[in-house]
Design a protein around this ligand. Sequence first.
Ligand code: ZN
Length: 164
Amino acid sequence: MIGYVILFGLLLGACYWIINPLLQEDVRRYGFTQKPEDILQALKNKKNGAYATIRELEFDLSMGKLDEEDFQILKRQYTQEAVGYMKEMDKLESLQATFSKSVDTVFEEKIEQGVAEIRNHESTARKYIYCTSCGEKARVERRFCAACGANLDKHRKNYLQEEN
Ligand SMILES: [Zn+2]
């Protein structure tokens, strides 16, 4: 019986020693203890590191230490790495921007966007086509000409194609 208790204790201890470093790693990686500015700076450093590496690769290529094919593969790899850092920086910066704005400003911007959406919708709704049978102006969403009754579908298709 005592053997089981000791075994259980040992297992518990093992679990703690395995899980605790993982939690610590989470804190490091996801920056619970880091300031956004520090994370941004770290990302910037990594990005600049990738730039410098690409420059070194260019140099190695020009010195003949690297063949074109390897150069392209490595360059793509480091470019993608830099793109990743830039995306992370972008996310962080927009998050920072959101939090630094007052709630009112954020809402005001949303309202502005909403109004702009309606404005855009109106500008498409107010497009006109001209009937090719009689020349009368008709709203683009109409199927038939109000003046002569001609089918406007065909003209609308042309019109929309021109628009696109
Ligand atoms: Zn007509």
